[in-house]
Structures are given as C-alpha cells and as structure tokens.
Ligand binder design. Structure first.
Ligand code: G3P
Ligand code: MG
Length: 247
C-alpha cells in the first residue's frame, strides 16, 4: 500500500448504512450495498469473516442458517462451497440466488459507486488474528489508490491490534455494546480514533466523556428519526442505520 492512499480521517458522514441497507435488501450482499447507494448513503458498514480456506467474505453470523440456505458453521466451509449458497431468498424471493460476496467483490462495487466503508472485522471465536490479517491483506492488495480508505472496527481488541500494525493508514474504531470502564485504555492500546457503541444503553454523559477525551462517538443500529436526533444532539457524530433514507 502506498502513502498516496486517501486517509478516512474527517471523512465519515453522519449517516452510515448498516450491512449495506439491510432494511431493504439481504444484509451484507452486493444488492444491499447498491440499495444503500440508491437511497443516498455515502458510506456503509459491513461485517467480514473468513472461510475454511482463508477467504474474506461479507457475513455476520457464525452459522449459515439465518441468512443463507446452508447449514453449519461458516468457518467449516470453503469459499467455493459458500459461493453455491443462496443468501437472498431468506429475505425475499426478489433476491433469490444472491451470492455471499467476497471482500474483493465488495471493494470493487464500493469503488464503482464511490462509497466509503466501515469494515467490521467479525471473527469467529479463535480466528481473531487470522481474520484480521486476511482483511488487512485484501484491503492492502485491492483497495483502489484513489479512494478514501475504509474505517476498521471490531468488538475484538486482537483484531484492532492487527489492523493497527498491518494497516496503520486506516483509522480504527473500538466497537462496544456498552461503554466499558476501560474504554479509553482499550482505545489507546489499539490506537483507535473513535468509539462505536450500541445506542440503547448509551447515555449523554458517556457521549460527553468520550468526546471530551477527543474521540468521536458513532452509534448503531439507529432506525428511528427521533432517536437519531437525540443522539446527534448529544454530539454523536454518526449513526449506523438499516434505513439510510429515513434521515
Ligand atoms: O458495526 C456496528 C454494528 O454492525 C455492530 O453490530 O452485530 O450489527 O455487526 P452487528
Ligand atoms: Mg456489523
């Protein structure tokens, strides 16, 4: 990766599509990414894990059942096996036959659509380092030189540390459900520049404390305009939403 790549610092917008625009299309698919773009989103979030043969794919769950017609653990299947699956019919017949995309597929589409991205590294238990290494390698090899780099996030500190070491050009966000007491130490350790937190338990005081420490707060998964307004009034920088057109 060359120093010519564009940093994402300061580029993150107030609205980020969640798993593409998963209120309108099957999550973490190319159709969902296209839908987010059609609805006016300029950035999207998606989840990445790895297959048994070490390929990076867009996928949320550890198991195949909820979002495909497959059965079993994602990590037990090769990319070729996973490519055979239907990741659209569970959502609606309109999306029948939609494949599980690779991270490379997604990067190409993001580039074509000029979309920015929050890449959530979502390993299965025990594959934190390997997953993060694959994600970093794919981004290094495939992210276009002239496009704003993705923002990396993860619930797993081990993934953030790998990203810090292997992709220092990309900003990182500490991802948490609830703000932990040691949030700042964790953010410092993996050199994160922001905190991404579930909106439900989040309080205005927590937002203020994190912001005053110099970290933007972004919140997920916010689907109601009143909730978004409250959070943005508190100073939350971005909301991650299934319905980007609502805001
Ligand atoms: O990255 C924000 C959000 O996507 C984290 O939760 O479970 O939807 O991946 P989850
Ligand atoms: Mg996610």
């Amino acid at each position: 990766m060359s120093a010519a790549l564009s940093s994402n610092r300061g580029a993150v917008p107030s609205i980020i599509g969640h798993r593409g625009a998963c209120g309108h299309a099957p999550e973490n698919t190319l159709s969902s990414i296209c839908k987010a773009h059609d609805l006016g989103a300029t950035w999207i979030e998606f989840d990445v894990k790895i297959t048994a043969d070490g390929e990076a794919i867009l996928f949320h769950d550890n198991t195949l059942e909820r979002t495909t017609d497959g059965v079993g653990n994602v990590a037990d299947f090769s990319l070729a096996d996973i490519r055979e699956l239907d990741a659209g019919s569970w959502y609606s017949e309109t999306f029948a036959g939609e494949p599980v995309p690779t991270l490379v597929d997604a990067i190409r589409l993001l580039s074509d659509l000029s979309l920015g991205a929050n890449v959530e590294i979502k390993p299965v238990e025990g594959l934190e380092i390997e997953t993060a290494e694959v994600v970093c390698r794919v981004i290094t090899d495939h992210w276009p030189q002239d496009k704003t780099l993705p923002l990396m996030s993860s619930f797993k500190d081990a993934c953030l540390t790998v990203a810090r070491d292997q992709l220092p050009e990309c900003d990182r966000a500490l991802l948490v459900l609830e703000v932990p007491d040691d949030w700042r130490a964790r953010a410092v350790k993996s050199d994160c520049s922001a905190v991404h937190v579930w909106f439900e338990p989040l309080t205005q005081d927590q937002v203020l404390i994190i912001m005053e420490a110099g970290y933007p707060v972004r919140s997920f998964t916010v689907n109601e305009p009143d909730t978004a307004k409250r959070l943005l009034d508190w100073g939350v920088e971005s909301i991650i939403t299934n319905f980007p057109e609502r805001f």
